[in-house]
Structure formats: structure tokens, C-alpha cells
Design a protein around this ligand. Structure first.
Ligand code: HEM
Length: 512
């Protein structure tokens, strides 16, 4: 019955929307041929969607592709130029989002004053000039990670996640994460996994037709609503629980310094006893909650891809270690302050952000007015998907990055061995565009840099064996939704020398 209703309503809706769109406008960008009434709904890939986006860019020889989704036209952008032209230069109309239900997250809020208030508060704590205050926490956690990895390298994937999560929780709530069994890790991981899957473009088209919420789950697009609903209790707890705990500690005078503590303190001093107090209290809760949601999987993915690259390109590993040996030496671990003297390590960090796209289709934007680009009509309300792994463009673009499949930090160096500013820095793309550009990019870069320098300083990295004793197969296959992770990561981490083992042991006696 419901399927019949669906079949009856969709054609009418599609016709109305399409006739509104086609009135006196230039043509839409090229793309796969739509089916009568249902457009390209059935063409939308929901598993590893970036592969299909790449194929379309190639097939239609265009860096702007149109997908006819009756309720939400979708545009794929497959070149840096198209992304900068639209999402950056015209960001006044390209900064909206498709709302998916994560109401607390500023990363998904529509382009409204509410989003602006959240973004302003987050920015104050994470802009370039202030993030270095988090370096001691990042360094200490990176050093703790060396010890975990040396004892149990088969669980490398879990320890990387624990390291990234611990840094974010420590900075945000002043809370230590002692193991992967920590309640908050489970909460947050569950919430983020559900969301990441649900946000694949086309997986969510059904969201715009609430009256169809009972349709069978085999119809494409139906699954995302269920996913979001299933994970909602985890999401609520992920945002509420650590914040409530932090507030209790503040009231008891037992709170360690943290982002939550300083924001709450500032709010009380500025708005305590006024009507604004509860309003800003909610903003603080959301802003602290989004730090984990937006920062944990993304940074974990970048750290994991780096390890994979080291095992697949051992000559890069050797060259990076030689630089560390020369500049830092065997008697201490590297620090953030060393990085300025370590151009090859800096280039390795840049290459880690380029080689495997962390968010292969960015975080989709939405356009708030009709627009025209390269002779094509971009319809108002369209979802705009910047595809950062498209081979003809962006991070895997032959022209900007020759032999793009190879992990080659040298590409960012000039003939004096310094960073060459004429080569496009991949972080200008990997962190998104315009007014929605990633707010955690400087923080994340500090975490990734100290992770890379510390791990390379003490370990030789090879494929190794996994927890079942099977040799790890190295490949560049990625899995996931909004955030992609390498399917396999190496587990063969061996201390490079007696001196390296000694450095790791010394750290074990220190408090994180
Ligand atoms: C390798 C690590 C990371 C990558 C690749 C990454 C990537 C991105 C991307 C692609 C966007 C969307 C930009 C756009 O819409 O054009 C984004 C947004 C965002 N990121 Fe990150 N991110 C990373 C780490 C972090 C961290 C560590 C934090 C927090 C501490 C963070 C906080 C945010 C926030 C709050 C937004 C939403 C901005 C808005 O919508 O106004 N990110 N990130």
C-alpha cells in the first residue's frame, strides 16, 4: 500500500519540481540520464560513493555534474577550480547545509544566526593564534601512545583512535581516557559511525519527504533515517554526559582546566543571572560536543593513512627518520618547536593530508539562490558535493601533484629542501571551503604533526601481523561514509634502536 502511494506521489512531485527548474534557465550541468519521474535516485551510490563520483567526472568530461534527485538536486564538483569559484568566492550563497538531524552540531546547522553564534565561539578557542596552548596535551598524549604501541602493535588501529580521542576529551573537558573501554569512547564512536553512514549524499533524500517515513528499507534513501534514529540516544548522551560531568566538577571546585571550564566561567561572568545565561550554556554544550564529533574520526583517519604510507613507501620512512636523527638526535623525543627545522617531516604531514582523502566528498554544502556557472544553471536548494579524490582534479590531480598515487613528500620541497610555496598545500582543500571551512584545522595539524614526528622517531613501520596473527595486507582501499578510513593499517611497529626503546620507557613514568 505504502509502496503504491509512493509510486503515485513521486511522479507528480518530480514533474512539479522539474518544470519549476527548467523555466527559462540555461541547461543544467551534464550527468547520468535521469529516469522518468524518479530522476537519478536509483543511480546514487551508497557504498564508497566517491568511486562512482570519479567515474561520472571522467565519463562526462566535466568537473560539474548534475544529479536529478527530485526532492534535492545534487551537484558534484570535481575540480579545485570549481570548488574555489563556487564554495569560496560565492560563499555568500553556497554556505548552507542539508539538515540531517544532528541539531547540536554547528558543522551541520543551516546558514543562520544560530550557526554564526556557534561558529564564533568555536573559532575563539581554535583559531591559529590560540591553538598552540593545546600543544602540551598533544605532545604528552603522543608520547603515551608510543608506549601503548610498543607493547601491543597488533592493536595499532585502536590505539590511534584512543590517542586522538584522549587529546580531544582532555582539551575539551579536562577528562582523561584510560582505555578504549571508556564509556565515552563507546558513546561517541557509535554516534559518529551512524551519522557518517547516514550522510552519504543520496542516502538521505527520503529525509525531505517525511510522509514517506514508513517506506520499506530496501528503497534507496530509506536507511539513513533509521540509522540516525537508531544512533540518536548515543548522540544525546555524547553531548550531554561529559558536559554535565564537567559542570558538576566546576561547581565542586574540582574541575581541571579545560575548554568547557573556561567557557562556562566566561559565561557566568558575562551572563550569569540573565536570560542569555541558559542560551549560551546550550551553545557551550554544543560547541564542546562538536569538537569530538568533528575531530576524532577525521584525525584518526589521517594518522592511519600516514602509517599505511610509511609501510608502503619505506624509502620515505628512511628519509624522514634521517632528518629526525640529524635535527633531534637519539637522546630525546621531538617537540612541536622542532618542526620548523624539519621540512621533510612538514612535507610528510602535507602529503598525509593529500594521499588518502579523509572526507572524499567533503561535507556537502547547499546553495540558497539560483546561480549560473560556466554556462550551466545551478538550481537554488541544490546540494553541492566537493569530491576531493576525483582523479582528474583536486587532491589526485596529475597537474598539481605528478604521480598522484605515490606518497612523495618531496613534491612539496624546493631544490634547497625547503617547503615550496608554489605547490598547492593540500590543507587548502582537505579542510573544505569558504565560510564553512574546518574550524579544527590548526588544532588537527598540530596533533598530526606531533604524531608523525614521534612515531617516526622511535619506530620502524612494516605491514606486520594483525590480532589473529595474519600478515596485514597493504592496499589503498578506503571504507566509510562521510569520513573514510583505510581498510587495513600496518601493525609492524618495532623500536628502531636501544636508544628508542629507552626513550619510550622513560615516558611511561610520566603522567599524561
Ligand atoms: C584531519 C582532520 C580533519 C579534516 C580532514 C577535517 C575536514 C573538515 C571538512 C572537510 C569540513 C567541512 C568544510 C566545508 O563545509 O567545506 C570540516 C568542518 C568542520 N570541522 Fe573539521 N576536519 C578535521 C579535523 C577537525 C578537528 C580536530 C576539529 C575540532 C577540534 C574539527 C572541527 C570542525 C568543525 C567545527 C567544522 C564545521 C564548520 C562549519 O560548518 O561551520 N575538524 N572539517
Amino acid at each position: 500500500m505504502i509502496v503504491l502511494l509512493l509510486l503515485a506521489i513521486l511522479p507528480v512531485l518530480a514533474l512539479i519540481l522539474r518544470s519549476k527548474r527548467s523555466r527559462s534557465h540555461p541547461p543544467l550541468p551534464p550527468g547520468p540520464k535521469p529516469w522518468p519521474f524518479i530522476g537519478n535516485i536509483l543511480d546514487m551510490p551508497t557504498v564508497q560513493p566517491w568511486k562512482k563520483y570519479q567515474e561520472w567526472c571522467k565519463e562526462y568530461k566535466s568537473d560539474v555534474i548534475f544529479l536529478d534527485i527530485p526532492t534535492r538536486p545534487t551537484i558534484i564538483l570535481g575540480s579545485a577550480k570549481a570548488c574555489f569559484d563556487l564554495l569560496d568566492k560565492r560563499s555568500n550563497i553556497y554556505s548552507d547545509r542539508v539538515v540531517l538531524g544532528w541539531n547540536f552540531s554547528l558543522a551541520l546547522m543551516p546558514y543562520t544566526p544560530r550557526w554564526r553564534a556557534h561558529r564564533r565561539m568555536f573559532h575563539q578557542e581554535f583559531y591559529q593564534g590560540t591553538v598552540n596552548k593545546y600543544r602540551p596535551a598533544q605532545r604528552q598524549h603522543a608520547r603515551a601512545l608510543l608506549s601503548w604501541l610498543s607493547k601491543d602493535p597488533q592493536n595499532t588501529r585502536q590505539y590511534i583512535r584512543q590517542f586522538v580521542t584522549s587529546v580531544i576529551f582532555f582539551v575539551t573537558y579536562g577528562r582523561k581516557i584510560d582505555s578504549m573501554d571508556d564509556e565515552y569512547i563507546g558513546l561517541a564512536q557509535g554516534a559518529v559511525v551512524g551519522f557518517s553512514q547516514a550522510s552519504i549524499p543520496g542516502a538521505y533524500w527520503i529525509e525531505f519527504l517525511p510522509f514517506l517515513r514508513h517506506i520499506p528499507s530496501w528503497i534507496p534513501g530509506a536507511a539513513s533515517k533509521k540509522l540516525i534514529k537508531k544512533h540518536r540516544p548515543l548522540t544525546v548522551s555524547m553531548v550531554d554526559k561529559p558536559y554535565t560531568e564537567a559542570k558538576i566538577a566546576i561547581n565542586n571546585g574540582t574541575a581541571p582546566p579545560s575548554l568547557a571550564a573556561s567557557l562556562i566561567d566566561r559565561n557566568i561572568r558575562k551572563y550569569g543571572g540573565t536570560n542569555e545565561d541558559p542560551v549560551y550554556d546550550q551553545v557551550i554544550k554544543n560547541v564542546t560536543g562538536v569538537a569530538y564529533a568533528a575531530g576524532a574520526d577525521t584525525t584518526t583517519s589521517a594518522c592511519s593513512s600516514f602509517l599505511l604510507a610509511m609501510a608502503m613507501f619505506p624509502e620515505v620512512q628512511k628519509r624522514a627518520q634521517a632528518e629526525l636523527d640529524r635535527i633531534v638526535g637519539p637522546s630525546r623525543l621531538p617537540d612541536h618547536d622542532d618542526l620548523v627545522h624539519l621540512p621533510y617531516i612538514q612535507a610528510t604531514v602535507m602529503e598525509a593530508m593529500r594521499w588518502m582523502a579523509v572526507t572524499p566528498f567533503g561535507v556537502p554544502h547547499a546553495v540558497t539562490s539560483d546561480d549560473f556557472y560556466n554556462g550551466y544553471h545551478i538550481p537554488k536548494g541544490a546540494v553541492i558535493v566537493p569530491v576531493s579524490c576525483c582523479p582528474m582534479a583536486i587532491l589526485r590531480n596529475e597537474k598539481d601533484y605528478p604521480s598522484p598515487d605515490e606518497f612523495r613528500p618531496e613534491r612539496f620541497l624546493n631544490n634547497k629542501g625547503n617547503i615550496d610555496p608554489s605547490i598547492r598545500d593540500p590543507t587548502t582543500i582537505a579542510f573544505g571551503f569558504g565560510r564553512r571551512i574546518c574550524l579544527g584545522r590548526y588544532f588537527s595539524n598540530n596533533t598530526l604533526s606531533i604524531f608523525i614526528a614521534s612515531v617516526l622517531h622511535v619506530f620502524n613501520i612494516t605491514a606486520g601481523v594483525d590480532t589473529t596473527g595474519k600478515p596485514v595486507e597493504l592496499s589503498t582501499e578506503m571504507e566509510g561514509g562521510l569520513v573514510a578510513m583505510p581498510c587495513n593499517i600496518p601493525c609492524g611497529l618495532e623500536p628502531r634502536s636501544e636508544a628508542a626503546t629507552q626513550l619510550i620507557r622513560e615516558e611511561e613514568t610520566k603522567e599524561v
